[in-house]
Design a protein around this ligand. Structure first.
Ligand SMILES: Cc1cc2nc3c(=O)[nH]c(=O)nc-3n(C[C@H](O)[C@H](O)[C@H](O)COP(=O)(O)OP(=O)(O)OC[C@H]3O[C@@H](n4cnc5c(N)ncnc54)[C@H](O)[C@@H]3O)c2cc1C
Length: 263
């Protein structure tokens, strides 16, 4: 029940109108969580050995684990809550190589080569998602769409036309398909159109990757928090209690060659 719907929460002075109450009663569950189920996985319940422990079951961890398994390694994903419910479950899910830092700024701070490398990496990441969608036949609404960078819809405080022209020209020079627009569709403000970006349903996509990880010595665990990494012993500890309760085993060990921290 939402705050304000129960009268006892509110004094007479701050009683809300029906409309105000309704506006407080919005469902804040992300669309992605509401519209895709990911199979659940058990917590770690014994000591195990794998080549790589992947800490975190968001898009970074699940992609890493999937690719490592594809490369012939055994992996264990340890997720302390449920898969793809934290940042990955709350994302807007725009797949774009356009960084939050404007291209002009990036070139000014790091040079053209590094700016190009950062954008190339983003483009390669989108290509990889597209490739996995095709290879695993994942129905996750992956669609190539243009992406738009534009001035604030209320017009903002400064005239950004020149800076958008510069960003578009720089992007072209670095090999990216970008076009300056005097008016961005629906926004009625100037901006840049970047071709070949994409959108998808992240949890439908990750449900398929997660399902492909277990087996042949690889595992996915939920409710499994990694609390300690021991470099020398090549061992990680999961679900350990500090201090351990008397006569009770405290957590389980994962023997590993490498650890990938994705949490
Ligand atoms: C509102 C919002 C909008 C966004 N929009 C976009 C967008 O449009 N495009 C875009 O590219 N990006 C966007 N992002 C960013 C993007 O969602 C994140 O960069 C991405 O989801 C991060 O994924 P991740 O796997 O690295 O992290 P997470 O999804 O947070 O996963 C990390 C996981 O690690 C687990 N973990 C942490 N510590 C431990 C431990 N000790 N043991 C076991 N597990 C552990 C956590 O429980 C968590 O599940 C947005 C983010 C937000 C919040």
């Amino acid at each position: 029940m939402c705050a304000g719907a129960r009268g006892e929460f509110l004094s007479n002075e701050c009683r809300l109108s029906v409309t105000q109450k309704r506006s407080l009663c919005v469902n804040t569950t992300p669309y992605w969580l509401d519209t895709a189920k990911i199979k659940t996985f058990p917590p770690l319940s014994e000591d195990i050995t794998v080549d790589v422990l992947v800490v975190g079951g968001g898009i970074t961890g699940l992609t890493t684990a999937y690719l490592l398994k594809e490369a012939g390694m055994t992996v264990a994903v340890a997720e302390r809550k449920q898969l793809a419910t934290i940042d990955t479950g709350h994302t807007t899910a725009h797949l774009t190589h356009v960084t939050d830092l404007r291209l002009r700024e990036m070139v000014k701070n790091f040079g053209k080569d590094h700016a190009q490398a950062a954008w190339d990496a983003g483009a390669a990441a989108i290509d990889q998602i597209e490739e996995l969608v095709r290879k695993e036949k994942i129905e996750c609404e992956f669609t190539r769409v243009p992406g738009y960078l534009h001035a604030p819809v209320n017009g903002g405080t400064k005239d950004e036309r020149e800076s958008f022209r510069e960003d578009a020209a720089l992007a072209n020079e670095l090999g990216f398909d970008a076009t300056y627009l005097g008016i961005v569709p629906k926004m009625q403000t100037p901006g840049v159109r970047f071709a070949n970006q994409a959108k998808f349903h992240p949890r439908k996509y990750l449900a398929a990757l997660a399902a492909a990880i277990p087996g042949k010595g690889s595992h996915v665990f939920e409710e499994t928090a990694i609390s300690k990494l021991d470099d020398e012993k090549h061992r990680a500890k999961a679900n350990a209690q500090f201090p351990p309760r008397f006569a009770q085993r405290s957590g389980y060990s994962i023997r590993v060659s490498s650890v990938s921290i994705c949490g």
